[in-house]
Design a protein around this ligand. Sequence first.
Ligand code: PXG
Length: 466
Amino acid sequence: MPPQFEHSTAEWQALDAAHHLHPFTDFQALAKKGTRVIERGEGVWLWDTDGQRIFDAMSGLWCVNVGYGQQALIDAATEQLRRLPFYNSFFQTTTPPAIALSHKLAQISPPQFNHVFYGSSGSESNDTVVRMVRRHWDILGQPQRQTIISRFNAYHGSTMAGASLGGMKDMHAQGGLPIPGIVHIDQPSFALHGRPGESREAFGLRAARWLEDKVAEVGADKVAAFIGEPVQGAGGVIIPPETYWPEIQRICDRHGILLVSDEVICGFGRTGHWFGCERFGFRPDLMTFAKGVTSGYIPLGGVMVGDRVAKVLIEQGGEFSHGYTYSGHPVACAVALANIDLIEREGLVQRVHDDTGPYLAQRFAELLAHPLVGEAETCGMLGALRLVRRKAEGDAPAQPFDAALGVGMVCRGHCFDNGLVMRAVGDRMVVAPPLVMTRELIDELMTRIVRCLDLSWADLQQRGWV
Ligand code: PXG
């Protein structure tokens, strides 16, 4: 290890507390507690500076789709760094990796996608969407079509536009958000909004029609686009009923509204399809991506631009005044190509679709036997458990925990102490393991989850919460 990385955990924590402001963090509280310093990864495993081995059931932050330590990605980065570490794509130039990746993305995306606009993150890509869809309508002589409809509890990033598109109320409470022209409808969460006796399918249609209501309220001629994650990720892995997306598609088609799929989490195999829109049977005009495109080995994001929009921008648009220094970064594009090549060679999308996805679903369903688990759902390599105070019995619905207690954080604490990374979202415990998971690793994950649920149950009994 290079000498500048040789410190004890306590030294690292002191330096971190002194100089590093972490995202989405209470700085003072973290400085008191001390961070966990992760120093190495291999496959689905991480090691911290105390030498503890940790099962990373979150793929880093929903991104390390091919797992850690893949030599092909390391070699692609090294080779490109040596040959040409940077050149831009602004002034009538580009680089071979940016061209080759654009070609590859057009091949693996649904057929309407033949063009890509790059950024370095999901947030930047969603900012691009806001500017691009408004520009699209301007060019077509409909400048009043400015409003973008999104959903509460969505996560689309943390820039001004990304956080505005997102529907996180805590984020809107800081910094004067949302920016004008972005409005929200409720999310298709059956747990939150389903009615007693209503089927999931009927709920899916009802939830989609909230879009129709919002379009009527805003005025169809003022709506530029609707954006959604196929499965809401950071919002707690909210898997919509099968009826939801096809109905959303019909409503967008009826009113000529552009449909945007945020594929930052769902893209690149996570749902057992290359893109989440393919899993849920809809046909977006634009798709944003990031995370899994490089498996997080290096930052890259972008927007797949469907022919409907690309044709307008290219043939009638003139200069589109937008872009980033690192749009089409050659090293990032080279790593993305190696990543996609690896996903293809190893058949990871098919593996999730045919084998590990159904197996994870089966093993998750078994967790319903646990006294703490009121719901267990999966979609490909995404999974969510809802922790409940008392399970549903006969006609009596499940009793949730008081949200103020923060039951998820209690469970997350036990995961943290027992070598398992799971994410807590309110009373939902979520996983998004790497796509290289095998049945054996799913069994190992389940053993760890059950142990942490048992510890949480005992802890909650002691606290008198159950
Ligand atoms: N869209 C979606 C659907 C995301 O999940 C973004 C956009 C923004 O991407 P960038 O690359 O700008 O972060 C995301 C990011 C969490 C968590 O705690 C989730 C994300 C980011 C950070 C934390 O679940 N998703």
